[in-house]
Design a protein around this ligand. Sequence first.
Ligand code: CTP
Ligand code: CA
Length: 248
Amino acid sequence: RRADALPFDLAGRRVVVSAGGTREPLDPVRYLGNRSSGRQGWAIALVAAARGADVTLVAANVDLVEPPGVRVRQVGTALELHEAMLETTVGADGGPVDAVVMTAAVADFRPMDPSAVKIKKAAGQGPPTIGLVENPDILAALSRPGPDRAAVVVGFAAETGDGTADPTTSVLDFGRDKLRRKGCDVLVVNRVDAGRAFGRPDNAAWLLAAAGATDDIELEASVPLGPKSVLAAAVVDALSRRLGGSGP
Ligand code: CTP
Ligand code: CA
């Protein structure tokens, strides 16, 4: 192929990408949400499709034009995302897809008992108390060993560090812990403090990888601040390597 051409290394591979951020209803007009725009997942879906993959994008509240050549499924809440991921990560033949990338920002908790009618201020009663329940950990579920597990599972982690002087160290430490806890193959760790990442066209990240049978975690790649398309290509490269692709 030409040196400037995209590799066609994912031909015949099935990839599912989640993007955006879930919204958890409080009542018919209000929700608990987050600042994820969906751009990073969009970019990954687009690159994977351009490199030949059959891509499904599960989009939670994303306000972007649908990427060409990609099947898009819209969801709203974490429970809907969970259901959609369980459904789409099983292929038409009943076997698992090849790769799953969870870029979606999933609400950790949802209002326990969303109101069917708009919550009103009651004079003199002060603010209401909102009870929360924990949402399922979708990435952990998709990472669990078994016949339905995709060959490659990639998670994302947005971290601010712990507020101490050396954010790089604490961000990477949180990332290593999270990779172990989730059981995914690769964790893309990016810093989201000080206006980084969210809603912006650029991103910088570390790709942490589980090193096979041992408990070791290696720093597979360090992607400097640049367009989300560049980080997307690095993530797709990591997928491709694990799927034995002919790409980089
Ligand atoms: N994730 C998920 N389901 C959840 C929460 C998170 O699938 N209920 C996924 C995200 O899509 C992301 C990864 O897990 O790929 C890490 O999300 P993050 O919020 O950083 O992890 P948490 O385990 O929720 O940890 P934290 O306490 O830092 O929020
Ligand atoms: Ca979380």
